[in-house]
Design a protein around this ligand. Structure first.
Ligand SMILES: [Zn+2]
Length: 289
């Protein structure tokens, strides 16, 4: 902590925080902008978190003075900082409303980063779990490089679909999405019950039109190519087509609905189908419990 001879002063350069930014990310950006060691800045607020990095988002060990000290450093009122820094908002108002969508570690697109972070430091945010892209700049951000979506309008439409689902189902969306990804991954590995090969190949070709598309891992490309179908499956997981408790009945109703939505024949594979194993059986087990 500073001594009386070393009072806390505003930093000369003070970029504003980005919506949803982690405390660690913001302190790293303040440090880079002002050519200061980041650990020293963090220790002005409280004990240095273990393995402190831009991913850190803890206020553990902070005192009641810490928000005011951050406000001095950043040259902005703590209440204004708290609108973007959610961990600060929770520290200032621990009893405050916690009704927020589930969040995952993410990043803004390169255009948004360049606009908000002139020192070009990376920005780490806690993004809503269902948000996979920057709608303003139409770029996929769930990988190491941005992928432009100009030629993939169905991906943008799928994101709108997930936005609507998130508004309706808020806290269940992350679980449903994770389940949908797993089912699609396992179906892709074991033979697709629906013939989506043409759509996925066409999207992969469009992704690889951009140099960034060839730099990201294949799994990330596949996730992007199958995103529209993942959104549809997420929808069905959140709102099954039947209230039947029998897993077989639920499975047949779900496969029929998937076949209808994709206008394809669904080749049912019974108990071996990841859809049955991961969704129908556990779902009905919960219902009857
Ligand atoms: Zn953007």
């Amino acid at each position: 902590m500073p001594t009386r001879r070393d009072p806390l002063r505003p930093l000369p350069l003070s970029p504003g925080p980005v919506q949803g930014e982690t405390i660690g990310s913001y302190l790293h950006r303040l440090a880079v902008a002002n050519d200061r060691p980041v650990n020293g800045l963090a220790q002005l607020l409280g004990p240095l978190p273990a393995e402190f990095s831009p991913l850190s988002n803890t206020t553990a060990g902070w005192s009641t003075q810490s928000p005011a000290r951050l406000a001095v450093l950043a040259g902005r009122p703590a209440a204004r900082l708290a609108r973007a820094l959610l961990a600060l908002a929770d520290f200032l108002d621990p009893q405050g409303p916690k009704i927020r969508p589930e969040r995952v570690i993410g990043r803004p697109c390169d255009c948004c980063t360049a606009r908000r972070s002139p020192s070009a430091s990376m920005v780490i945010i806690l993004a809503p779990a269902h948000q996979h892209l920057c709608p303003r700049h139409q770029r996929w951000t769930r990988s190491t490089h941005d992928i432009p979506l100009t030629h993939l309008p169905e991906v943008l439409e799928a994101q709108h679909h997930l936005d609507r689902l998130a508004r309706r189902h808020d806290r269940r969306i992350q679980h449903a999405l994770d389940l949908a990804w797993k089912i699609i991954d396992e179906c892709s590995a074991g033979g697709m019950p629906l013939d989506l090969g043409r759509e996925w190949t066409r999207r992969l070709d469009r992704i690889e039109l951009h140099s960034a598309g060839t730099k990201i891992p294949f799994e990330d490309r596949h996730r992007l190519a199958s995103f529209p179908e993942t959104a549809v499956l997420t929808d069905l997981i959140l709102a099954p087509p039947t209230e039947a408790v029998d897993p077989k009945e639920l499975y047949l109703a779900t496969t029929a609905e998937l076949g209808r939505r994709f206008a394809r024949i669904y080749t049912t594979r019974g108990r071996q189908d990841p859809l049955y194993q991961r969704f129908c059986r556990p779902h009905t087990a919960r219902e009857t419990a």
